[in-house]
Ligand binder design. Structure first.
Ligand SMILES: Nc1nc2c(ncn2[C@@H]2O[C@H](COP(=O)(O)OP(=O)(O)OP(=O)(O)O)[C@@H](O)[C@H]2O)c(=O)[nH]1
Ligand SMILES: [Mg+2]
Length: 471
């Protein structure tokens, strides 16, 4: 490794705090600290209290605790010194300035983690998970980030890659024998190996559908005027945020609020109601346009329908969610069920379900609170692409496996999947093994990029640009 220059950065948030930490990494880390501490000799993994001085003016700076971690047993794999000073912006700036004057260079975003990766302390999935742990919003996101940081995803990808390596070796062995692979036991065995790999890749690729949403989704309430969207919005939040009235067209602008349901951060949005058969004022029209726009970009569209009125808008017509196949989740609410009883209620809800095209219908009432839990569960399920029934699988500890959350990883998995798929097709067409193995090699490159077994500077730049300074 030629990461010889020593970098420094503030490792804690900038602002007032009891303690602030400055981190140094590089071959001169211990030496710089010892100079600022007037010749104290640091011993690895021993916390010591020292006074720091400005070497030029001799002015006393801070009284701090310091700890040296020698290479390679440190976060970066280099010599690392952590300095625990009195928190506070000015004090921390003074400490950073001191180390810069002594010869350290201010670190760029993610530079510590980048060095950790280059020194083999982490694979690239783990490095990306470091940023995810820090940025996690919601319990599900945090839990998955910790699993990836622990190496779960890297292990899974390396296992697939190892099988692909073995497959490539087998194909290469076939080249020498110039065998016919289109049929026969050897060909079938190789095809089977392809299919097994594709199945494993398929699981990882599919996990991205959930994974990319772990850090938060948006759910928009849409429906006819007076359907009770704002009442539901308030009830779901547990606070009176939106105006509610018997007058149709109450909501004009849309309102947003953040909640966490079942470990998932949800931005809930209340919008202006739709009034299809009446003349709308300019304001109302604009409100509806806003609602439609918001519904177009939402992850989940919640269609609220007042079942107390006969022949209310059908579940089929919604302001958004027209691209249900494109990853938009849909939930239909049979609302104000408190106003109906017995057979009439059953009839109306059944009719609604029949017209909902397979989308789960939740019976609810903002007035009584009925169905709110089921509605929350249905929104989470729809957001994460779970089966329509809101069976409340919950955080499903046992069932849940590690999920791909990074577009970069997903893209590389897709490339590997396509390459192996092409290899399988080639195999079934009786293509020569030297050509089939080209596809396997392509898959190997893609898989190697995920964990960072192969990488380019551009890839690293893109990965670490999203980090904060000091991490
Ligand atoms: N009985 C009953 N009435 C409800 C329920 N939810 C809302 N309402 C009433 O329905 C009327 C309209 O409620 P809103 O929440 O303002 O409806 P909205 O869909 O936001 O209406 P717009 O903003 O005009 O589109 C009000 O009079 C509410 O009190 C419910 O679950 N049961
Ligand atoms: Mg409203």
């Amino acid at each position: 490794m030629q990461q010889q220059d020593t970098i420094c950065a503030l490792a804690t948030p900038s602002g007032d705090g009891a303690v602030g930490i400055v981190r140094l990494s590089g071959s001169r880390a211990a030496e710089l600290l010892e100079r600022a501490a007037r010749g104290v000799t640091l011993r690895p993994r021993r916390m010591v209290r020292v006074d720091l001085f400005d070497p030029e003016s001799d002015a006393a700076l801070d009284q701090v605790l310091v700890c040296l971690m020698r290479a390679p047993r440190s976060y970066t794999g280099e010599d690392v010194v952590e300095v625990y000073g009195h928190g506070g912006r000015l004090n921390m700036e003074a400490l950073l300035g001191l180390f810069v004057r002594l010869g350290a260079r201010p670190a760029g975003p993610g530079e510590f983690t980048r060095r950790a990766f280059l020194n083999g302390r982490l694979d690239l999935t783990q490095a990306e998970a470091v940023a995810e742990v820090i940025a996690a919003r919601g319990a599900r996101a945090l839990r998955n980030a910790h699993a990836v940081l622990g190496g779960a995803l890297g292990r899974e990808v390396r296992a697939v890659r190892a099988q692909a390596v073995a497959l490539a070796a087998e194909l290469e062995a076939c080249i020498d024998f110039a065998e016919e692979l289109g049929d026969g036991a050897v060909g079938e065995g190789l095809a089977e190996r392809h299919r097994a790999l594709l199945a494993q890749l398929g699981r990882l690729v599919a996990s991205y559908r959930r994974g990319r949403r772990l850090n938060g989704v948006s759910a928009v309430l849409v429906g006819a005027v007076n359907a009770g969207k704002s009442s539901l919005f308030n009830r779901l939040l547990g606070s009176r945020r939106a105006l509610v009235s018997a007058e149709p067209g109450t909501t004009r602008d849309y309102l947003e609020a953040e909640v966490e349901w079942d470990g998932l951060r949800v931005t809930l949005i209340d919008t202006a109601g739709d009034r299809q058969h009446e003349r709308m004022s300019v304001l109302e029209r604009e409100g509806l346009a806003l609602a439609r726009e918001r519904a177009r970009t939402a992850d989940v569209v919640v269609q609220v329908i007042d079942v107390s009125v006969a022949g209310g808008a059908g579940a089929g017509e919604s302001a958004g969610g027209e691209s249900a196949g494109g990853g938009v989740g849909r939930v239909v609410v049979a609302h104000k069920v408190d106003l109906l009883a017995g057979e009439l209620r059953r009839q109306r809800c059944r009719a609604l379900a029949a017209g909902a095209g397979g989308v789960g219908v939740v019976e609810a009432s903002a007035a009584t609170g009925e169905g709110l839990e089921a509605l929350r569960a249905a929104v989470v399920a729809a957001a994460l692409g779970d089966a329509a029934e809101a069976g409340g699988e919950g955080l499903g500890e046992s069932r849940e496996t590690v999920q791909v959350t990074q577009e970069r990883q997903w893209e590389a998995l897709r490339r590997a999947e396509l390459a192996l798929g092409a290899g399988l097709t080639a195999l079934s067409e009786g293509t020569a093994p030297e050509l089939v193995v080209e596809h396997t090699r392509e898959a190997l490159v893609a898989l190697g990029e995920i964990t960072g077994e192969t990488f380019t500077e551009d890839v690293l730049d893109a990965v670490f640009a999203r980090f904060c300074v000091g991490k």
